[in-house]
Design a protein around this ligand. Sequence first.
Ligand code: RUQ
Ligand code: CUA
Ligand code: CA
Length: 639
Amino acid sequence: MSDKNKPQDSQDAPVSLSRRGFLGATAITSAAGLAGAAGLSSAVMTRESWAAAAKEARNSAHVAPGELDEYYGFWSGGHQGEVRVLGIPSMRELMRIPVFNTDSATGWGITNESKRIMGDSAKFHNGDCHHPHISMTDGRYDGKYLFINDKANTRIARIRLDIMKCDKMITVPNVQAIHGLRLQKVPHTKYVFANGEFIIPHPNDGTNLDVTSGERYTMFNAVDAEKMEMAFQVMVDGNLDNTDADYTGKYAAATCYNSEGAVDLGGMMRNERDWVVVFNVEAIEAAIKAGKFVTLPGHPVPVLDGRKKDGKDSPFTRYIPVPKNPHGLNTSPDGKYFIANGKLSPTVSVIEISRLDGLFAGKYQDPREVIVAEPELGLGPLHTTFDGRGNGYTTLFLDSQVVKWDIDAAIRAYNGEKVNYIKQKLDVQYQPGHNHASLTESRDADGKWLVVLCKFSKDRFLLTGPLHPENDQLIDISGEEMKLVHDGPTYAEPHDCILAHRSQIKPIKIWKRDDPYFADTVAMAKKDGVKLEEDNKIIRDGNKVRVYMTSMAPAFGITEIPCKQGDEVTVTITNLDMIEDVTHGFCLVNHGVSMEISPQQTSSVTFIADKPGVHWYYCNWFCHALHMEMVGRLLVEPA
Ligand code: RUQ
Ligand code: CUA
Ligand code: CA
């Protein structure tokens, strides 16, 4: 074979772009005035030299067969819509929790139980989740719930961490696109704080189609975490990006990148400073208690006005100018600082939380007096995370780096001292968004592992066509130096993740029969006089057919379901197996029906028997040597 005809290994195609050149024109546009500073350079390492350098550290992260990981990681699945559970440090994917998507394996979006949880929004088949956060008690993860936003359809979902299933979902009214989401940390997670990102006209009924004039705003939202109902909304100036809460229970803060209220890219970058808006939770609660709120048409949630009027502040909010289109907002685990990440400015702004009482009391002429440091870290700072030893770790999107910096030193530098606050800059591959250190959002931040979620993987993995995976990288931060130990390809698009120690999460092994997850289905059976744990019964009720059956490896309790064309059939299955891990499924061929029934679980699904004839159903979770034989038939008589 001549060289010309030799098959080319496309995986080995030379990498033609340098790390910094990679983003090209798009990045330069969005980096606006910063492009000039991109001349700073660092040596570009090859993939091979990375592999060699990482070898030693990788051994410390190795989790051998039979060993368990020390941490749970909960990953946002981004616009794929699910939450993923990973073991850290192995970075092995342990489970997927469908939330804002449809899932064929478990029947999420197909079963009656999941549709009841999704409510009105079950009609949507897409989602865009960003920010997973674990409920807290006294500033520590309590392992009860995980909350996550859906930017695409303005929803918030809750996952029960004992069963690792979504158990509640609400659509936030009066706003569009929930982006930032964080939890009240102290005294416990009473509220889920969630930012409505986009400014919309009010009312948004088509009478005003211009977002730059007339009554228009977005709102900061609080959801009652236990009831999963709206608690309050606060109108703001500008828009809202990311948020976090403090360790007193009194304040939450959010970044705004569009103080301009613009509708175009140029307009949104016009101001040199946008702001952080601080919310006074106590003042908000007091106003609601005193009945000093309004409601908007169509929803009873109390709404407060946190906008400035004629330059005067409301009792509920303060606006702190920070540069420029800030993005991430992160509370340091010692409870001292809110840190706003500058994005289009190479700086982060460090806000001292203990000065906020004074800010609300009118102590400061200039709200920027609450800022105690504004260190210059590099290009495109997006998110900061912490090791509990006084260091911040900030992602630099444009530089493709994580920078480790000393918060106290940055404060001293801001006060004029000559001190170097930058400890290390580590190249990551490539363009990192969020980063997240173990236990970092709690008092227990332990500075062991750092996960960096890179938006581009470029040359790091075998090629998969034009669509590349993301690259979630694991960095050992236990020592003085950050060490990259693992590259992890992930599917679109983990915006954010959270790491909890395994002792903080307590999942159950088999379902409890009285679990509220399927309580409505149990109640329905009771109305039909059916004992789910024993009975195999078919109940005909007009053109409704309700089938109650048990499953036990390797047999369904009912193997023939006679019905008439056009009947609405509900199949309810209770898995009597008591053995851990023996999950059954129910899949009806050519009907789009499929669901999971784990040990001691009850699941149900409703469909129309619209095709006359014989239709096989089978167990689609491999459960037994005779799993293939675990079948039955739907017998549909023509109408
Ligand atoms: S955002 S890459 Cu949706 Cu959390 Cu910052
Ligand atoms: Cu039951 Cu497979
Ligand atoms: Ca702006």
